[in-house]
Design a protein around this ligand. Structure first.
Ligand SMILES: [Mg+2]
Length: 126
């Protein structure tokens, strides 16, 4: 993998968490751009508007449109369904539901840098 070439869509309604995630992603050295979205609807808009997003990090519990709904929309959309999606969870019980709807990986909040790097490597080898 070349350094700092990835474009990541980060989706979380908690803006402090979103900023933290952005700075962690940029610090990995693999990511050149982080697109931020504050809910699922916002995220779908970015996915439709850009074709250079390499993977997304997706919170589950969000207002307007939650992460499970995003998974359903993305996996049903011919042009988006291959998008690698890492789900951000605090609640273990949401994992099986997210997996059923097509999540590729999981990160448990609070997110650790080493776990984040491990997931980035997994997603980019898909
Ligand atoms: Mg949330």
């Amino acid at each position: 993998m070349d350094n700092a070439e990835l474009v990541v869509l980060a989706v979380d309604d908690d803006l402090i968490n979103l900023k933290l995630l952005k700075s962690m992603l940029l610090k990995t050295g693999y990511v050149k751009e982080v697109i931020e979205a504050k809910n699922g609807s916002d995220a779908i808009g970015h996915l439709k508007a850009r074709d250079d997003i390499d993977f997304m990090l997706l919170d589950i519990i969000m207002p307007v449109m939650n992460g499970i709904e995003v998974l359903k929309v993305v996996r049903a959309d011919e042009s988006l369904k291959q998008m690698p999606i890492i789900v951000l969870t605090t609640d273990e019980t949401k994992k099986s539901e997210a997996l059923n709807f097509g999540a590729n990986g999981f990160l448990t909040k609070p997110i650790r840098q080493d776990e984040l790097i491990k997931q980035i490597k997994l997603m980019t080898s898909l």
